[in-house]
Design a protein around this ligand. Structure first.
Ligand code: NAD
Ligand code: FE2
Length: 414
């Protein structure tokens, strides 16, 4: 449903159960929502963690029939969705549980709307293209995170065109979410870093966006405050429960914020990097965030200064211009502290492919619409220049490519 100019819409899940151990309430919630036959959508990595077996056991003990669909890959594809729809039919499910990071949650969202919306998937790319509600969905995130459990967004790769399709439509919103930080304790450092900067980026972009609004601003700023307070601790000390809980809450708040405001240039430029180089979403955001912030601050200094104050790197009396400058340094320091690489340092990324792809990446970034929400709206030429800056070639010597550290290799996709 489209809204009139001047009228803003705010969608969040009807129910959110939050806190350590909240996952044990899943059977109650399934029953409350009238579910008796569940399709649980996840991925092989999450199955290995053991948590899937635990929830399946509790669902079966409550008399709920469960089938597992675990064929979701990172950067999920239209093929993952098609296989999941087939599993849905076999199970004759009346409710879907998404269990995992952003990838399984996004696939589950699209599986849920497919029976009622059978048009080709590319028709759903963009805003408000999905008309009819789907099956009820409960999202249980295991990363902190994309915030997908609280968003009406799904990102699915079109394998024919090598494009990450961003779909934003109210029917994609999970009916309920269970946000249990204990599920995130197993995240290795590389994953904690990348998904954590994704969370931070959601808060920042929702707040500086041209689509920012009074309902999305408070969760956006609180997301930034929590991520700034807890991300380094969650990375340094993976079993720090307070830090993990803070990041899980930040992720959900960030999802609520950007889903009802928007993401901007970082996400617009990040998706083409993901499509070409298959880097994890959070990592490509982290690579771009300081560069895009440096480019953008001049168009919204008061908003970026408020972000700097929420991060704690500027005080209430710091002039906006100084706060903005400090923020950029703080973001660069954060990437360094979390051992996040520059684009040129990522495994599998070559200068040749970068040069051959950079113009198309800029075109695809603009076509996604996200750069149009940025406080400073770039041209295609400016986007190419920003990609080059993010590449980091001027700061690195040859031979830095394919760098690995124990932390980076802990991320399954590096
Ligand atoms: N729908 C939205 O609102 C939204 C927002 C941002 C990003 N996204 C999308 O989400 C996807 C990325 O999701 P993600 O960053 O959460 O990663 P992911 O879901 O792709 O998972 C990455 C890897 O981490 C593993 N993993 C998950 N939880 C774990 C845990 N607790 N411990 C150890 N390993 C774990 C998975 O098995 C997988 O191998 C991208 O496709 C991105 O475009 C969606
Ligand atoms: Fe994101």
């Amino acid at each position: 449903m489209k809204t009139e100019p001047g009228i803003r819409r705010f969608d969040v899940p009807t129910t959110i159960l939050r806190g350590g151990g909240a996952r044990h309430r899943l059977p109650d919630l399934v029953r409350e929502m009238g579910g008796s036959r569940v399709l649980l959508v996840t991925d092989p990595g999450v199955v290995q963690l053991g948590a899937v077996a635990e929830v399946v056991k509790s669902l079966k003990a409550a008399g709920v029939s469960v089938a597992i669909f675990d064929q979701v890959q990172p950067d999920p594809t239209d093929e993952n969705v098609a296989a999941g729809v087939a599993a849905l039919g076999t199970q004759r499910a009346d409710l879907i549980v998404a269990f995992g990071g952003g990838s399984p949650i996004d696939v589950a969202k699209v599986i849920a709307i497919r029976p009622a919306n059978p048009a080709p998937l590319p028709d759903f790319m963009g805003l408000h293209k999905i008309r009819r509600a789907g099956l009820p969905l409960i999202a249980v995130p295991t990363t902190a995170g994309t915030g997908s459990e609280a968003t009406k967004v799904a990102v699915i790769t079109d394998t024919a065109r090598h494009v990450k399709m961003m779909m934003l439509s109210a029917p994609l919103l999970p009916r309920a979410a269970i946000v249990d930080y204990e599920l995130s304790l197993s995240m290795p450092r590389g994953l904690t870093a990348a998904v954590g900067v994704d969370t931070l980026t959601h808060g920042i972009e929702a707040y500086v966006s041209r689509q920012a609004n009074a309902l999305a601003d408070p969760p956006a700023l609180q997301c930034v405050t929590l991520a700034a307070r807890h991300l380094r601790a969650a990375w340094t000390e993976p079993s720090n429960r307070g830090a993990r809980e803070g990041m899980m809450l930040a992720a959900t708040l960030g999802g609520m914020a950007f889903s009802n405001s928007s993401v901007c240039l970082v996400h617009g430029m990040s998706r083409p990097i993901g499509a070409v180089f298959h880097l994890p979403h959070g990592l490509s955001n982290a690579i771009l965030l300081p560069t895009v912030a440096r480019y953008s601050v001049q168009a919204a200094p008061a908003r970026y200064a408020a972000i700097a104050r929420a991060c704690g790197c500027a005080g209430p009396a710091t002039p906006d211009a100084d706060a903005c400058a400090t923020l950029i340094t703080w973001l660069e320091d954060l990437n360094r502290a979390l051992e996040l690489p520059r684009l040129s340092q990522c495994r599998g990324v070559t200068r040749e492919v970068f040069e051959a792809s950079v113009e198309k990446m800029a075109t695809d970034a603009l076509a996604s619409g996200s750069p149009g929400n940025n406080p400073r709206v770039p041209t295609a030429t400016e986007i190419v220049a920003l990609y080059r800056e993010a590449w980091g070639a001027t700061r690195l010597s040859r031979g830095d490519n394919n760098r690995t550290t124990s932390d980076l290799s802990a991320f399954p996709v590096f």
